[in-house]
Design a protein around this ligand. Structure first.
Ligand code: FAD
Length: 497
């Protein structure tokens, strides 16, 4: 008998963001022949992943485990920084508390346990990780202290992350097709056998032994936003890619997948009022305004409507976009005084920021477009009188320096607004990604309504439902995409993962 030559499995990956590229690289590592379908043209490739700071949350117990991901940090970096630790138990607790206990426990356990090994694997592929000093550490007594469980980013931010993964894909011989929109899964006797693609030369069928869906959520689909998130959401600005319109979710559902997660929920933040309708790859994440814990936020009536200091930015920012959307006119102003001016994040110092300044609160009141002046002055007076000034201000800890007797109170970092000059920034709601999506198991297999896997169909990234509800611990999205993308790719190549 002649020797049998093993036939390579053909894997098609839909999407070319972080989750998709991790899936493709893992499938290739598993021996498969891999084709990646990217709907966007070359100039806009990489999905939401490219718009990010590429901050990635992962569990580490100590500096040694951190350095497994970064490589050896310089002596100076170690001496002048306090990286703390972020044990698995805290990551699990953060995912559980952010979702009020509704996150899928199996997906949570896998995400957390695989987070550090997956970042190490990415490092092996050429992704470099560096400390995220800007935005995640404050200098206290001469040391940069990290405060929010989020310590590293990929070098070069989102563009750097995607470029590194793309280079690895090219080296591995993975084919990437641009302007190639997956429109339908071919299903034969219940198993997925290929993808119909609308590409530069028209419609064609790409045969596959397995397909990985990693084509993002439906945040860029106005009609779906209105249908699933509710009235008003059609007006939200899209922070990232214009191409994430829910295609992968629709194709999965048509092939028999079950829905999972919170279809009425999404990640949405305070975003510059004058930002464009969809993301801009030059400015990327810098339309965000995430230093609100250091000031106050007022609506058109001049009233505060949220607890700016409820928790660190990493644990509140993803739900405050919704609160802004619900205000009259769908806008708000974030207000700061000179006391915290040096602590504001880089995005506040961008030339495009919608900003006004004044030397007195009265003068500022007249400059906040669309805001009731009297209402604003009353709010500042009441706020200043309610600050518990005897408690020490510490931006790197939940300092308990709160207000007393307001509705809502500010729970931490409350400083009176009384030190000129004053500055204010106009924001609206920017949607990041949607929480509802396809149901998968811990092996990234897409499940049907009865909990059985749809044969040869896998999914990862934003289009997976079940991990996030109502809120989200910053930096979890890319890690989730990488963890489940890696598992999906290996499984699609025919191996256990
Ligand atoms: C401004 C901004 C900042 C962010 N910052 C961070 C951060 O620092 N850390 C973090 O963890 N998360 C961050 N996020 C969230 C993060 O971007 C997502 O969680 C993550 O990128 C999702 O990865 P993904 O691969 O699932 O989707 P994406 O990266 O969006 O990739 C989806 C891909 O699918 C393609 N596609 C869509 N439809 C089709 C189709 N029909 N056929 C073929 N291809 C298709 C798209 O073109 C794209 O290539 C941020 C998001 C934004 C918008």
């Amino acid at each position: 008998m002649r020797d049998q030559v093993p036939v390579k499995r053909r894997v098609v990956v839909v999407g070319a963001g972080n989750a998709a590229l991790c899936a493709a690289l893992s499938a290739r590592e598993g021996g498969a022949a891999v084709t990646v379908l990217e709907r966007a043209p070359r100039s806009e490739h990489g999905g939401n992943s490219r718009f990010t700071m590429a901050s990635m949350r992962f569990a580490y117990r100590n500096l040694d485990e951190l350095q497994e991901v970064t490589g050896q940090l310089g002596a100076d970096e170690i001496e002048t920084s306090d990286y703390g630790s972020y044990p698995e138990s805290r990551f699990v607790r953060d995912l559980e508390r952010m979702s009020c206990g509704r996150a899928d426990p199996g997906l949570v356990a896998t995400l957390v346990a695989r987070s550090r090994p997956t970042l190490c694997w990415m490092r092996g592929l050429g992704v470099e990780f560096v400390p995220l000093y800007a935005g995640q550490a404050f200098e206290i007594d001469g040391r940069r202290r990290f405060w929010g469980g989020l310590t590293l980013q990929a070098r070069g931010g989102g563009p750097g992350l995607v470029a590194s993964l793309r280079r690895a894909a090219v080296r591995a011989g993975i084919e990437v097709l641009h302007e190639s929109r997956a429109v339908r899964l071919q299903v034969d006797e219940g198993a997925v056998r290929g993808v119909e693609v609308d590409g530069p030369s028209g419609l064609r069928l790409l045969a596959a032994d397995a397909v990985v869906l990693a084509s993002g959520g439906f945040e860029a689909n106005r009609e779906w936003r209105r249908r699933y998130l509710g009235e008003g959401w059609e007006a939200a600005k899209v922070r990232g890619s214009r191409y994430n319109t829910g295609d992968g979710i629709r194709m999965g559902l048509e092939a028999g997948a079950a829905r999972a997660g919170q279809w009425t929920g999404c990640h949405a933040v305070a975003w510059d009022l004058n930002a464009p309708e969809v993301g801009n790859l030059e400015v990327r994440h810098r339309y965000q305004k995430h230093s609100y814990p250091l000031g106050i936020v007022v609506n058109a009536r001049g009233e505060r409507f949220l607890d700016e200091g409820a928790d660190f930015r990493n644990y509140t920012y993803a739900r405050y976009g919704r609160d802004v959307l619900e205000q009259p006119g769908r806008f708000a102003w974030q207000v700061f005084d000179a006391r915290v001016a040096d602590l504001l994040r880089d995005e506040y110092r961008q030339p495009h920021a919608s900003r006004v300044t004044a030397d007195s609160v009265e003068e500022l009141a007249g400059r906040l477009e669309g805001v009731d002046e009297e209402g604003f002055l009353r709010t500042v007076r009441d706020f200043n009188a309610a600050v518990r000034r005897h408690v020490r201000f510490d931006p790197a800890a939940r300092d308990g320096r709160s207000t007393h007797g307001l509705d809502p109170d500010k729970s931490n970092w409350a400083n009176p607004l009384d030190r000129p000059p004053f500055e204010a920034f106009a924001v609206t709601c920017g949607i990041t990604f949607t929480f509802g999506g396809l149901r998968i198991d811990r092996g990234a297999r897409v499940l049907d309504e009865s909990g059985r896997p749809v044969p040869d169909l896998f999914a990862a990234g934003e289009l997976v439902g079940g991990l996030f509800h109502d809120n989200y611990p910053g930096g979890s999205g890319l890690t989730a995409g990488a963890v489940f993308g890696r598992i999906a790719g290996m499984r699609a190549a025919g191996h256990d993962a």
